[in-house]
Design a protein around this ligand. Structure first.
Ligand code: BG6
Length: 502
């Protein structure tokens, strides 16, 4: 494709040939539906990215009329949509929406769902069961759909689950067993919304479409890798959920490990879902298992106390709603991972994630080794090593830090940055992750979804950490002030190896 004199390689995208379907949203009145799903469905509808004879069925516990639920859906779109929606468009979108009040724990209520599906022709093409519910309800719903023979009567069904997938490896295996008893693996869509971020997908494009970096992408040239998933926000109203989860189950087991996998994986044989997922899972399996001694030495946990974010006073974790006043739940993680394979032997991956940190940023930095000979050592004892930084959010940028000669007679090396910013380069509207997820789901493309073995392997990495941390309670929580970079031990963790966080 020619664009302003440039040749743009347009990777062929298969046509969106999607048949009309029924999407059943369990948790149709919940937070996720309101903030993400309904607005994203509206956008895919407006963009003509799904067939207009499809039906969205919201399922909730409270009795509501279809009209009331349509009004709820339109209001959710108005409040959470990225651009002000046209009222005509909204009404047209709403005409595809229906509602079913149902107690998902009661088997007899599934008869009502069955009757609804029987009446709708599009259900024959495929049903998408979106489980936008608290994690403990996912297995219950799948078991009941199976017991009521709905999955057998409509065999083309797909099920969509949100993380966390279980609380540890045994519960994840159990959940996977329940899901596989009702659906085939290629019809199970496990969402890690990080994988659907354009910027996260770009890690693969950047690595595997540029020949200048790939030869350097290994232990011979890379000194270490750093990954930061830092949030300014606290836990909001999710105290009950977060008390059970903590940072390791909420971020490390999924988003952070996926970033490690995309940075470290081998090139897949082709850009196909299973081939890519095979490579991701190989990274999880190569992560060196930790024992009590290495957990104590190579990981740091923390919990935020009161502090200031953006000039405003914010409360500490223990003062948040629905949080135990003496809670030992960690909101910060730092650790050093090692990947035991040929590419990465000896290259530490320093990672950290936390809430209420000094800035909201997700970033991967590749720190290259020092040149073999310090030619300029008479004037420069230490050189700043070259660093490649992939910033994922809030802005998407790729920067290279390197040294040049400072102008003048002296032999002075000066650190400079070459910077590429996506938004400045392309003035194109980006599709937020949920829109991408929905379209892939409708198409049946599994690339951006996690596979059963990936989830289980990722739990095997973090289970020893959560177990150790449960056994040895922290004596010093809260141990970092909101608005800082976590407890001092996080800085010491990397400084001990003669390195520093970027
Ligand atoms: C979710 C976590 O999966 O990801 C939240 O449960 C976290 O705690 C969120 O805030 C971060 O996602 P994003 O897209 O805002 O970086």
């Amino acid at each position: 494709m020619e664009e302003s004199g440039l040749y743009v390689c347009n990777i062929p995208v298969e046509s969106l040939n999607i048949s009309p379907f029924v999407m059943v949203i369990f948790g149709g009145t919940g937070d996720l539906s309101q903030k993400k799903l309904l607005p994203a469905l509206f956008h895919t509808f407006v963009d003509h990215r799904f067939p207009h004879d499809s039906i969205i069925l919201g399922v909730g516990t409270r009795p509501r009329s279809i009209e009331e639920y349509r009004e709820f859906a339109m209001e959710s779109v108005r409040k959470n949509c990225r651009e002000k929606p046209g009222e005509g468009c909204l009404a047209s979108f709403a005409s595809h929406i229906s509602y079913l009040p149902m107690d998902v724990t009661r088997e007899e209520h599934y008869e009502l769902l069955h009757n609804f599906l029987k009446e709708h022709e599009s259900a024959k093409n495929g049903i998408i069961y979106y489980l936008a519910v608290q994690p403990e309800f996912s297995p219950v719903i799948i078991e009941k759909l199976n017991a009521a023979m709905i999955t057998a009567r409509f065999p083309a069904g797909k099920v969509v689950m949100e993380k966390p997938f279980g609380w540890d490896r045994p519960s994840a295996e159990e959940l996977n067993g329940i899901a596989l008893a009702a659906f085939r693996e290629q019809n199970i869509f496990r969402i890690d919304h990080y994988l659907a971020k354009d910027t996260v997908q770009n890690i693969m494009f950047f690595r595997f479409s540029n020949s200048i970096f790939e030869p350097l992408w290994n232990r011979l040239y890379i000194d270490h890798v750093q990954i930061t998933v830092a949030e300014e926000i606290g836990i909001g109203a999710r105290g009950r959920f977060y008390e059970k989860t903590g940072v390791v189950r909420d971020i490390v087991q999924n988003h952070l490990l996926q970033l490690i996998a995309l940075t470290a994986m081998e090139p897949p044989a082709a850009f196909e879902a299973d081939l890519i997922r095979n490579e991701r899972v190989k990274v999880f399996r190569a992560l060196r298992p930790m024992n009590d001694e290495t957990i104590d030495r190579l990981t740091v946990r923390g919990q935020y106390g009161p502090g200031r974010i953006g000039g405003e006073a914010v409360r500490g974790y223990r003062e948040e709603e629905l949080v135990d006043r003496g809670s030992a739940t960690p909101t910060f993680f730092a650790g050093v991972f090692h990947i035991d394979n040929w590419r990465w032997a000896g290259v530490p991956f320093y990672v950290r994630a936390g809430k209420r940190l000094a800035s909201g940023i997700t970033r991967i930095s590749i720190h290259f080794k020092q040149p073999p000979l310090k030619l300029f050592s008479s004037t420069c004892d230490t050189l700043d090593p070259d660093v490649l930084v992939l910033t994922i959010q809030p802005e998407e940028r790729i920067s290279i830090h390197f040294g040049v000669k400072y102008p003048g007679k002296a032999n002075t090396i000066y650190p400079v940055t070459m910077d590429f910013n996506y938004d400045e380069a392309f003035h194109i509207r980006r599709h937020p992750p949920y829109e991408k997820i929905l379209v892939d789901l409708m198409k049946g493309d599994l690339t951006l979804f996690a596979r059963q073995d990936e989830i289980e392997a990722a739990w095997s990495v973090v289970d020893p950490i959560t177990k150790r941390w449960d056994e040895v309670k922290p004596g010093d929580f809260p141990d970092y002030e909101a608005g800082t970079w976590g407890p001092p031990e996080a800085a010491e963790l990397i400084q001990r190896d003669g390195r520093m966080w970027l």
